[in-house]
Design a protein around this ligand. Structure first.
Ligand code: GLU
Length: 595
């Protein structure tokens, strides 16, 4: 354990983002506030998607969370402290994407050790879960169930990150989030829309309806939303430590909720109970894992290893691109198509994932050879990452399991500090709104991460459920290095589109020469070994005819991803970047605009 005593640490107890937007009471409407109206000034900063400066930087989807990170950095905390503070704040303001009952993956560059560490805080199946647990369960029924709630990994991630790499205690790091939860935040259009989209299932649980449908409806845009129960939960967690969840009272309450969801009397929803026991919570560990690493155009790209498929799939696609004589959007889509075939066939929380081979240049060359003038026909078969590669091996017959539909869930944040430490952190409760079930009295939604398992029957699928197994993820928090120094961090939400979003941003930045803000803002398309490539309208407007002429077919989709990133632009200057438009736009900030 490396705990640095920060002189100002005591002051962090009082540290919080500036007072919330208004002193209005709980769920009280701010006069005349409407969807188009700007959120009233929350301290000096408004939400901006790009910020440049010195002394540290952060980007999240949310102003309060970014401010929490910056406040911690200003008080002398490091990037890990700030990432935990921001993550916990997202649990308040983005409660449908992140929370203490969820999971995630954190990639961290430790400047003093000159080493990349990753933390696997993935939710885990209970010991009673077998390969057939979801067989015959309609997917939609799994989504809103106790059965899909995995043993949460987020608190263990925060605890491990702070103990190994941070300077604050968990109690200190939770303070900004406690402030926001008790004082409230202003409901924006995104929060309103996400609540409204979930209203039908939220009303089927007494605890969820009470919190998120306060007068039987979503809190209006412009009102102040408070979550005092979550503030208390964070307070008590800070006081008692992670054991309160992993074996203590909070854990017992989570298990009780999973086993006997608080279904609203009269609801006709068939809510399947879960298999989680307190012994599953006691057994849970967040794990330090070796990162994935590949070289691409003189850069080193580090990512998340299994059970995430983020690092391996982004890495394989970049390797394929590097093996091609020229790279355009056609090649971007084709490299992703092939990498997804391999991801679906080989990645899961199983022993013997051929990770080294999947990320080898020999394998990439073999796969790249399949890319021609015209789009391949999906599903393409997976390759053979067996160490013996031929120039232009033809694909075998084995089919690659199809990917499921993906929504806009999850969240991603980046932080850099004045010492050069960098964090890229994806956190999630899986679906927007998790499994829809708030733990009564605790103000927090449960995850439904176990829906990321293949439901089956699917013999040989590496991602079938199993006792204590972690479902395969697509989360891809990514760090890029040049000459041993960090140059860029990036990540996104969006299920399996996370992988293509990160890949496309890297291609935009390093193949097409865009700035990071342009690379993030550019219209997106996502090819995941399916007959049609999902694409945003702006992408179709610009590129449809040229790509259709090469055999691509498209399915329009409103929005792909909600990325955050940062880039070291020279002489200690950092550029923090969030989305200008997607998901209502994100928030980028720096500690100081001037040196
Ligand atoms: N469950 C997803 C994954 O780990 C993240 C949630 C999402 O973005 O859909 O890949």
């Amino acid at each position: 354990m490396r705990r640095v005593i920060v002189p100002a640490a005591a002051a962090l107890i009082a540290l919080a983002p500036a007072a919330p937007a208004t002193a209005a009471g709980p769920q009280q409407k701010v006069p005349a506030a409407g969807p188009q109206q700007k959120v009233p000034a929350a301290g000096p900063q408004q939400k901006v998607p790009v910020a440049e400066g010195y002394g540290g930087a952060a980007a999240t989807v949310d102003l309060d969370a970014t401010r929490a990170a910056i406040a911690v950095l200003r008080k002398g905390g490091n990037a890990v402290d700030a990432a935990v503070a921001a993550g916990a704040t997202l649990g308040v303001t983005e409660p449908y994407s992140a929370g203490l009952a969820g999971g995630g993956f954190l990639v961290y560059y430790d400047a003093a050790r000159r080493k990349v560490f990753t933390i696997d805080g993935r939710e885990t199946a209970p010991r009673a879960m077998t390969a057939t647990a979801f067989e015959g369960v309609p997917f939609e029924e799994g989504v809103t169930s106790g059965l899909s709630a995995g043993v949460p990994g987020t608190v263990a991630t925060w605890d491990l990150a702070l103990r190994r790499f941070g300077t604050l205690s968990l109690r200190q790091a939770l303070q900004p989030a406690i402030e926001v939860a008790s004082k409230g935040f202003v409901v924006d259009q995104t929060f309103y829309d996400q609540t409204a989209a979930n209203a039908a299932r939220f009303k089927d649980f007494t605890s969820t309806a009470k919190l998120y449908l306060p007068n039987g409806a979503p809190p209006p845009v412009g009102s102040v939303f408070r979550n005092p129960e979550l503030a208390d939960t964070y307070r008590e967690l800070g006081r008692r430590g992670p054991g309160w969840l992993y074996g203590g009272r909070l854990g017992q309450e989570i298990v009780a909720t999973v086993k006997r969801p608080p279904v609203t009397p009269g609801s006709t929803r068939n809510v399947r109970p879960g298999l989680m026991e307190t012994s599953d919570l006691t057994a849970y560990r967040a794990l330090l894992r070796e990162p994935t690493k590949i070289s691409f155009k003189g850069l080193d790209v580090y990512g998340m290893a299994p059970p995430s498929s983020g690092g391996s799939t982004v890495g394989e696609a970049l390797n394929i691109l590097e093996a091609l004589p020229r790279v355009g959007l056609h090649e971007y889509l084709e490299s992703s198509r092939l990498a997804f075939a391999d991801r679906n066939a080989y990645i899961g929380d199983i022993p013997g994932v051929p990770l080294r081979e999947l990320l080898s240049d020999g394998f990439a060359k073999e796969r790249a050879c399949l890319i021609g003038e015209r789009a391949l026909t999906s599903p393409v078969a997976p390759g053979s990452p067996d160490g013996s590669y031929e120039p232009c091996a033809r694909p075998g017959d084995a089919s690659s399991p199809a990917a499921k539909a993906e929504g806009p869930e999850t969240t991603h944040l980046v932080v850099a500090d004045r010492w050069g430490n960098v964090v890229a952190y994806n956190l999630t409760i899986e679906s927007t709104g998790g499994n829809g079930i708030v733990v009564p009295g605790r103000g927090v939604l449960l995850n439904n991460e176990l829906t990321d398992f293949t439901f089956g029957p699917a013999p040989g699928d590496p991602n079938l459920p199993g006792p204590g197994k972690r479902p395969r993820s697509s989360m891809a928090p990514t760090l890029v290095f040049k000459g041993g120094e960090p140059v860029l961090a990036v990540g996104s939400p969006g299920g399996a589109t996370i992988i293509t979003t990160v890949l496309q941003i890297l291609v935009n930045r390093y193949e097409f020469g865009m700035s990071l803000p342009d690379a993030v803002a550019a219209p997106r398309a996502s090819q995941r070994n399916s007959a049609q490539t999902q694409a945003e309208q702006a992408f179709l407007d610009r590129y449809r005819s040229e790509l259709e002429a090469r055999g691509h077919a498209f399915a329009p989709t409103p929005e792909i991803g909600a990325a955050t990133g940062l880039e070291f632009v020279g002489r200690g200057r950092v550029q923090a970047v969030a989305e200008p438009v997607r998901r209502g736009g994100g928030s980028a900030m720096v500690v100081s605009p001037r040196r």
